[in-house]
Design a protein around this ligand. Structure first.
Ligand SMILES: Nc1ncnc2c1ncn2[C@@H]1O[C@H](COP(=O)(O)OP(=O)(O)O)[C@@H](O)[C@H]1O
Ligand SMILES: [Mg+2]
Length: 205
């Protein structure tokens, strides 16, 4: 079964009573998706968590969708083959869009190594008129490997993990991410500031 083909028939979209604008007015915030991408151990989850905390403390509803966490549940039936990685990202793009449509700030942290998959996630948001902010957590693979908080690079080098991004599977770096953070040269606090400054400039928050 192709993941992109619609297999349901006889379905009709049921419009609600509250428009996106009215929802934003009522809840006093607009939804958007902040999409972190980068190598394993680049700092996606660390910065995303600090950003979520910062936004919540400012009274802004924010919620993280994190790679590993989602693979415990919604995406537990997916592995790391190219097809499964694409399906992983397709589902997350749809879920983050739903959160953003509900007026929350959805913060995703997935390696999302393929440019085409990230572009699909972006298009999905563009078509719905929901802002999509791509954040590249950029770090040299050598630094990521030194950090190795989960011991994954060690396992990948030992051949115990196949298709490990940066070692035995490709990572296609963003060419036009809205935000580029060199996490080996930026503190976590400054990274959060870099993101929130952008959101303020765009009047998203
Ligand atoms: N400036 C920084 N930004 C983000 N993480 C950093 C930074 N400096 C050191 N680290 C460390 O790097 C590791 C990043 O891990 P993690 O956030 O889980 O990465 P990812 O989610 O991208 O796999 C953590 O152990 C974190 O403490
Ligand atoms: Mg992570």
């Amino acid at each position: 079964m192709s993941s992109s083909a619609a297999t349901s028939t006889n379905i009709t979209w049921h419009e609600g009573h509250v428009s996106r604008d009215e929802r934003a007015q009522l809840l006093k915030q607009r939804g958007l998706t902040i999409w972190f991408t980068g190598l394993s151990a680049s700092g996606k989850s660390t910065i995303a968590s600090a950003l979520e905390q910062h936004l919540l403390h400012r009274g802004i509803s924010a919620y993280r969708l994190d790679g590993d966490n989602i693979r415990f549940g919604l995406n537990k039936n997916l592995g790391f083959s190219p097809e499964d990685r694409t399906e992983n990202i397709r589902r997350i793009a749809e879920v983050s869009k739903l959160f953003a449509d509900s007026a929350a700030v959805a913060i995703t942290s997935f390696i999302s190594p393929y440019r085409a998959d990230r572009e699909s996630a972006r298009s999905l948001h563009d078509e719905a008129g929901i802002p999509f902010v791509e954040v590249y957590a950029d770090v040299p693979v050598g630094v990521a490997e030194e950090r190795d908080p989960k011991g994954l690079y060690k396992k990948a080098r030992a051949g115990e993990i196949k298709e490990f991004t940066g070692i035995s599977a490709p990572y296609e770096a963003p060419v036009s991410a809205e935000i580029h953070i060199r996490t080996d040269q930026t503190t976590i606090a400054d990274a959060v500031h870099q993101v929130t400054a952008f959101l303020e400039t765009q009047q998203y928050i």
